[in-house]
Write a protein that binds this ligand. Sequence first.
Ligand code: PEP
Ligand code: CO
Length: 454
Amino acid sequence: MSTNPNDDLHADLAAAVLAREAAQQPSWPDEQALVAAVAEIAAYPPLVFAGECDVMRTRMAAAARGDAFVLMGGDCAETFRSATANNIRDRIKTVLQMAAVLTYGASVPVVKVGRMAGQYAKPRSSNTETRAGQTLPAYRGDMVNDFAFEPAARTPDPQRLVRAYHHSAATLNLVRAFTMGGFADLRHVHDWNKGFVSSAANVRYERLARDIDKAMRFMAACGADFDAMRATEFFSAHEALVLDYERPLTRIDSRTGLAYDTSAHFVWVGERTRELDGAHVDFLARVRNPIGVKLSPKADLDDVARLVERLDPTREPGRLTIITRMGAERVRAALPALVERVQAEGATVTWVCDPMHGNTFESTGGYKTRKFDDIVEEVHGFFDVHRALGTVPGGLHVELTGNDVTECIGGAHKILDTDLEKRYETVCDPRLNHQQSLELAFLVAEMLSADVPA
Ligand code: PEP
Ligand code: CO
């Protein structure tokens, strides 16, 4: 008999994965190397703590009620190379700025969530990629293989799971330092804007920061206590895709005896791995974290009802978030029936809009891109549907970077199809750049503060 409860847990989880279909998993060429990597990760400390996941669940419940709004943002796919201090800082600053815009514009607390410190794996539509007659394994994220189109780089390497752990730990360390060490103090609201290229959105942000400053000085003069503003909560999230990474990071909480996936505070299953009987849904059902499911218009409503039953059997607000990614054209037609069905199941889920993944297309120059206007239009549709049904639009999930990239078309800088090649850096989906992110936040703040449907 083992004495460590995590050993039994890991044996159970391994057996559970084997008993089910696990979609989108890498074909590791070396089984021994995989076993060694998984054992190494299992011996490392947790990245997040059970108590933090519990706090986040209460925040998600507040968002489900309309007492808070969730902002999730970060890269489509993080890379090891881009996990630098500057990149991480700029992404955090972007999320903090967007949150300030939303909080100030709509007077609602914002639950800040980074799609970071673990977003290193990607589902792919094909197992292979062919270029100029050469066929290699598809890139599945830095946790699995390398983006470079070469046989050695594309071969899945289990040591990358270990590297993903270390990069996530380093990223989280910086996130915690930035958000707990005074940088996120609302009295630094101006500083978050420093270092970014100037744009209409930045100028608008500066005005807002001046207003916030004035309000803070007023409160200080009244003798307010600013301790609560010195630090901010910031949660981590990623798609729980590669189960050989998520399993060894799942741990028994010594206080409650319950299992938590300690790779992040919040984990979700994607549109391609949410089969009811699949290994991913089974895995999420076994952990106590706040969790999410992505749904497209393809989702069958009976399946959704069964997913709700499987993942949120006690109908606990904050436990389950449904992230809808319908596409600007379909959201108004497809979302109402889904929302009504979930309501009929008696679940209070947190409804979050992902206006990115239903709006991707290939540009004339061959770049995977999205139009800023489509993104805005989907968020509008999301708000209108929820307002019409009397349900709560609880949050926004976006792919963004703090960098000045040219990956999405439009926005105040009017990025054109022909501009995409200038600074197209993503290894997966196109991200909003810093100014497009801020611009979106201003628009969403208006939607959030509007009492009546547009
Ligand atoms: C993603 O979030 O990058 C993703 C793959 O989304 P979806 O599962 O919604 O397609
Ligand atoms: Co993506």
